[in-house]
Ligand binder design. Structure first.
Ligand SMILES: [Fe+2]
Length: 169
């Protein structure tokens, strides 16, 4: 069931967008993280962390930008260090970018493309199998990703449905 795997909140953190794009563009801040498989990431500044601490009503752990280079695949996996993610793509819609959550039920494999919308948060159940493909020959895909170790997908979804996931700031 797709709604148990990801959910687009329609919420955009408009007060910090300019700063997010500025930091995401600093090439030298990126490094290969020890996640399995490794991912090219960059951690956000304290300023952005502090902003999100006020904005988001649940404590998060990691917060940074993830890159998928042109013509690469980030293979199928469950996340190493977190059970739920709040993700936001910095990219316009492009059919060359594909994130799929994969569900195996009664011996059948179901694949659900994640419907990311630029500048809007999507809650993603990263304790389920998922993978990323970037078929573009030229564009690097960048997303903002916040990870939760202690709050599961249903908790974030429930808070959002009650209008309590994002604070007015
Ligand atoms: Fe992942």
């Amino acid at each position: 069931m797709q709604d148990e795997l990801f959910f687009n909140t329609g919420f955009s953190p408009v007060g910090i967008l300019d700063k997010l794009y500025q930091e995401a563009g600093v090439e030298e801040n990126y490094y290969w993280s020890p996640a399995v498989p490794p991912v090219m990431r960059c951690d956000v500044s304290q300023e952005i962390r502090d902003y999100f601490k006020k904005l988001i009503n649940v404590p998060f752990n990691d917060c940074g930008f993830l890159k998928t280079y042109p013509n690469t695949v980030y293979p199928i996996h469950k996340d190493s260090f977190r059970i739920t993610a709040l993700n936001m793509t910095l990219m316009d819609y492009n059919s060359d970018f594909l994130t799929q959550v994969v569900e195996v039920k009664s011996g059948k494999v179901y694949k659900y493309p994640v419907t990311y919308v630029r500048n809007e948060f999507t809650i993603l159940n990263v304790s389920q199998l998922h993978h990323v493909t970037n078929k573009s020959q030229t564009l690097t895909r960048i997303i903002l990703s916040m990870g939760f170790k202690d709050s599961d997908y249903s908790k974030l979804l429930q808070l959002h449905s009650e209008g309590k996931l994002f604070n007015a700031i």
